[in-house]
Design a protein around this ligand. Structure first.
Ligand SMILES: [Cu+2]
Length: 115
């Protein structure tokens, strides 16, 4: 009885570890930094289902706003992070609503195909 309880606890521990490992499946495929009023790198190539993280390294607020309003980070403060998962293939141009001359592009390739 005591031994089987120990085995059950051990099994629970193992499955908890497996659970936390699979929780990493939403890891980011690409990172874009916003620094000196520029997005870098750009363009960025990812695949359908990939998540892109944007970091604002400036001491100024910025946004990541798609040119056709498909996505919008809204105001990203200094050191702010925003993530977006691309579910459709295509070429997505974006800009900063506060500084419209800031422009970037995300190229989303069909899932499972090497670039
Ligand atoms: Cu900006």
């Amino acid at each position: 009885m005591r031994a089987s309880l120990g085995a059950a606890v051990l099994a629970a521990c193992i499955s908890a570890q497996v659970g936390s490992a699979s929780g990493a499946e939403t890891q980011t495929a690409a990172v874009v930094h916003i620094k000196d009023f520029k997005y870098a790198p750009t363009p960025v190539e990812v695949h359908v289902g990939d998540t892109v993280a944007f970091f604002n390294d400036d001491n100024e607020a910025h946004t990541v706003t798609s040119s056709d309003k498909k996505f919008d980070s809204e105001g990203l403060d200094s050191n702010g992070t925003w993530k977006y998962t691309f579910v459709k293939a295509g070429r997505f141009a974006y800009f900063c609503e506060l500084h419209p001359y800031m422009k970037g592009t995300i190229v989303v390739l069909p899932a499972g195909k090497a670039p």
